[in-house]
Write a protein that binds this ligand. Structure first.
Ligand SMILES: Cc1cc2nc3c(=O)[nH]c(=O)nc-3n(C[C@H](O)[C@H](O)[C@H](O)COP(=O)(O)O)c2cc1C
Ligand SMILES: [Mn+2]
Length: 481
């Protein structure tokens, strides 16, 4: 497991998964354009390190998490499904049947201990402390031509609930207004926004710490849909297999990951709003300007030689598809704890997570598909799902062709479409009102007599088994064209 971003980048370099751009390139659009090209390559392209951003003495890294292989390396696993297995072991530990069994469980005990972060005194992220630091020192990107300005796109935003002191970490973009202020784009449904709501009710200033180029596991965790009130660092410690090291901020009452490259310390004031945007968003369209709270910088701390880690969002697929894929795999076993009939789920890149969710189920009773739609619409950030497609367990949700085929053949639109209304993602522009609108569930499972189906459901065509095997042998012997 990599201790910090520096180690991950070195590892990617050794494995040939990282490309250095040695030529000087501008943080205004050029780094974004090169990153876009990488993201659009099959499988997500290489990670990029821009050694010489024009005007800055600080390298920029992008697309670091933008492939299945690199996402796995960042999380220290061979496949993302390995994580699901580990989470299942943690959720349903076997009662040991003897000393050997008990010893086998020791690693599990260790991982429970790892969940709690610990505070250290000396931290790489505070090698340099700049009370008069400004954002003009950082190679923050201008991404798309109509963007309202420069945006920090991969920050880990730390806040604490002013009443309960419970921590939240979220990735919320920050538009640079000037050297010492930015927008704070936490959307209304998110953890940071809830802490700000409490602070406004108490008429109190809310401390905010922003970690940049943090250790890879945590950069993922800040994007993960953790249930409200659950500290993202618990997930961080579990994934890192060690306790996350924190250090106290210099000017505010928060802690940040010690191994981060750069930390922005500051606060948001109750009642203060400013227009943020437009911003070329991960929907592939520009988010319109809207009012958001303002982050005031009090201090920048950083390593002596920091790298600025960023990401580009825009028309899919982009790097965030792979961050979302990690959540898809990590949260599936957790969802299966309350809905064991869910076999698999997938968010296709083109669905931008909230527009299209495909779920396969082990159908057990009439109306089962509709129960799962309701569950999805009531479950954490899955509530945003605008279209939910439910298929039987024999359908591969990761194969868009198979899913399109099955939906087309199994769905009677007059019978199988469930319409409802509810909260939508803040970024949805199709609905009449912000963050509130329609949702559609498609029941593409085989219909049963107990659901009113009076005919005989046809059997799916599969080749004759023996002949198929023989065909393969013969095929292999055929001359290659
Ligand atoms: C690259 C990237 C940028 C994001 N930008 C924002 C943003 O600007 N505002 C927002 O509310 N969520 C944004 N998100 C999504 C949140 O990080 C995500 O919903 C996360 O789970 C929020 O954590 P929370 O539940 O603790 O608030 C972004 C995600 C990624 C991967
Ligand atoms: Mn959270």
């Amino acid at each position: 497991m990599h201790a910090d971003l520096t180690e991950l980048l070195a590892d990617l370099d050794r494995r040939g998964l990282l490309t250095h751009v040695a030529e000087p390139v501008s943080p205004d659009f050029e780094i974004a354009a090169l990153t876009d090209r990488a993201c659009k390559m099959p499988g997500g392209g290489p990670a990029l390190v821009f050694d010489k951003p024009i005007g800055f003495d600080m390298p920029v890294a992008s697309n670091v998490f933008g492939s299945v292989e690199r996402m796995c390396l960042a999380l220290g696993v061979k496949t993302l499904d390995d994580l699901a297995i580990e989470i299942n072991q943690l959720l349903a530990p076997q009662v040991p049947e003897g000393i050997v069994d008990a010893l086998k469980m020791l690693p599990l005990v260790g991982r429970l201990r790892d969940l709690m972060p610990k505070t250290v005194r000396d931290a790489p992220c505070q090698e340099v402390v700049r009370h008069d630091g400004t954002l003009d020192e950082l190679p923050i990107l201008k991404c798309w031509p109509e963007d309202g300005g420069r945006f920090i796109t991969l920050p880990l935003v730390f806040t604490k609930d002013p009443e309960t002191d419970v921590r939240n970490i979220g990735t919320y973009r920050m538009q640079v207004f000037d050297g010492r202020t930015t927008g704070m784009h936490w959307q209304r449904h998110k953890g940071g926004a809830q802490h700000y709501r409490v602070a406004e009710r108490l008429r109190r200033r809310l401390d905010v710490a922003v970690a940049l180029s943090a250790e890879p596991v945590l950069t993922y965790c800040a994007t993960a849909p953790m249930p409200e009130g659950l500290d993202e660092l618990l997930l961080g410690g579990f994934l890192a297999r060690r306790r996350i090291e924190l250090v106290k901020c210099v000017t505010i009452d928060l802690e940040v990951p010690a191994s981060s490259h750069i930390v922005l310390e500051g606060y948001v004031e109750p009642g203060e709003r400013r227009m943020e945007g437009p911003f070329g968003d991960h929907t592939g369209f520009y988010s319109q300007p809207d009012e958001f709270p303002v982050f005031h910088l009090t201090c920048i701390t950083h390593r002596k030689r920091p790298t600025y880690l960023t990401t580009l969002v825009g028309p899919p697929p982009m790097e965030d598809y792979y961050l979302g894929m990690a959540s898809e795999r990590i949260f599936l076993p957790l969802i299966q704890k309350t809905h064991p009939e869910i076999i698999d789920m997938h968010f296709p890149a083109e669905g931008i997570f909230h527009n299209l969710v495909i779920i396969s189920i082990d159908k057990r009773y009439p109306g089962h598909a509709r129960k799962i739609m309701s569950a999805v619409w009531g479950l954490g950030q899955l509530m945003f799902s605008k279209t939910v497609v439910i298929v039987d367990k024999d359908v591969n949700v990761h194969d868009p062709r198979e899913v399109a085929w099955i939906v087309g053949t199994h769905m009677d639109p007059s019978r199988d479409v469930q319409m409802t209304k509810g909260p939508l993602d803040d970024l949805d522009d199709s609905c009449d009102l912000p963050a509130y609108g329609g949702k559609m569930g498609i029941d593409a499972t085989r219909k049963w007599a107990s659901e009113g189906y009076r005919r005989t459901w046809p059997a799916r065509i599969k080749p004759a088994e023996g002949a198929a095997l023989r065909a393969r042998e013969i095929w292999d012997r055929l001359p290659r064209p």
